[in-house]
Design a protein around this ligand. Structure first.
Ligand code: SF4
Length: 357
């Protein structure tokens, strides 16, 4: 069913990354990061095409060496979504990335600790009109801050504040902030503390979240709590896995709270001893056959006639399995009974016939 509860988002400033907005009243965007060697332009562009197909809004690439930095312009020319250069240690790579025409930079304040270098990067970014994310990471905190605060939420916030003071002195305000840690509770607290003091747009993430199942749960728990409080303007799910999976999970998190919808939403029953059809295989097929659609509709796939039609009531269109047959529902009303072998096609035809809302 559609939720009657709507989350109110915290008001933040807005920045522009290429033609995508982050913050303010812009939709919460989904990001990922490529896992190829950035200097392998063909492989990197191929991976960016894959995540673009999965409707990633913004993509980030690692820039660990000069060759990677000098590949950014060609990558940018070949892709359709905004490109972010991820810089950890080397201010020179940041300046090359800006020259190469990237749409945003991510700097790790724990690793670029020289104020004059930050000032130069800010000046170059300002000239090109590109924003910078201050990407604080618990794994690479400034040693002084770590010594004083330990590995705490306060340390993450302090690291961002220190960098923000330098940005302020450089009169650079086009900033996004992230405060990532692999522990969701540390992360949640850090974002809460920060958002009580600043209105910069926030990039959410639980870093090093882990293999897909663990990482999905940790990310959903951490980001879910933050999104519920209205915190978060863009997000990246970090998984030890395919970046397409990261995009899929990012979307699923936003869709679960009704913050964005990427085409049909499928609800399916878990199946039980009452099911007369293989509901798991059927739900997979429905997902596969409808994933290209952009209609924001709800599709219910239910296992039996006892609860199926009732539970599918709130969906636009539904299929409930029966004894060797399927019941097609439209806005909760049964409109057709078809033989089992025809039910998938009948459901898809009904979806096709629905106008886009
Ligand atoms: S809809 Fe029917 S088959 Fe599915 S879980 Fe409910 S009772 Fe079981």
């Amino acid at each position: 069913m559609q939720s009657s509860v709507f989350l109110r988002r915290r008001k933040t400033r807005q920045v522009k990354v290429g033609d995508v907005l982050i913050g303010g009243d812009a939709p919460i965007t989904v990001q990922t990061m490529t896992k190829t060697k950035t200097e392998d332009i063909d492989a990197t562009v191929a991976q960016i095409y894959e995540v673009t197909k999965a409707r990633c809004d913004i993509v980030r690439v690692a820039v660990p060496n000069e060759k990677a930095a000098r590949s950014l312009g060609e990558i940018r020319r070949q892709i359709q979504i905004p490109l972010v250069a991820d810089i950890h240690f080397n201010a020179k790579f940041a300046l090359i990335a800006i020259e190469q025409g990237v749409d945003k930079l991510r700097l790790n304040p724990g690793n670029i600790r020289d104020e004059s270098k930050v000032r130069n990067i800010c000046a170059a970014a300002k000239e090109r009109g590109i924003p910078i994310r201050i990407g604080v990471n618990a794994g690479s905190l400034d040693p002084d801050i770590k010594e004083k605060f330990g590995l705490t939420p306060e340390a993450l916030v302090e690291s961002a504040k220190k960098e923000l003071r330098w940005f302020e002195k450089a009169k650079f305000e086009d900033v996004v902030v992230s405060l990532k840690a692999s522990d969701p509770l540390t992360c949640i607290k850090a974002y809460e503390l920060f958002s009580q003091q600043f209105d910069f747009p926030l990039h959410l993430g639980i870093t090093e979240a882990g293999l897909p199942r663990d990482g999905t749960v940790r990310s959903a728990m951490g980001m879910g709590v933050m999104l519920y409080q209205g915190i978060g303007d863009t997000l990246r799910v970090s998984l030890t896995g395919d970046p397409v999976e990261e995009v899929e999970v990012g979307w699923a998190i936003l869709e679960a709270f009704g913050l964005r919808q990427r085409g049909p939403k499928i609800i399916a029953c878990p199946s039980c001893g009452r099911a007369d059809i293989d509901i798991i295989a059927l739900a997979e097929k429905v997902k596969e056959r409808t994933k290209h659609l952009t209609k924001n509709i709800q599709i219910a796939v239910m296992g039996c006639e006892v609860n199926g039609p009732g539970e599918a009531k709130a969906a636009d269109v539904g299929l409930s399995g029966g004894k060797h047959c399927g019941l097609i529902t439209l806005n909760g009303e049964i409109i057709k009974k078809v033989p089992e072998e025809e039910m998938l096609d009948a459901l898809l035809a009904q979806i096709e016939a629905l106008p886009a809302p």
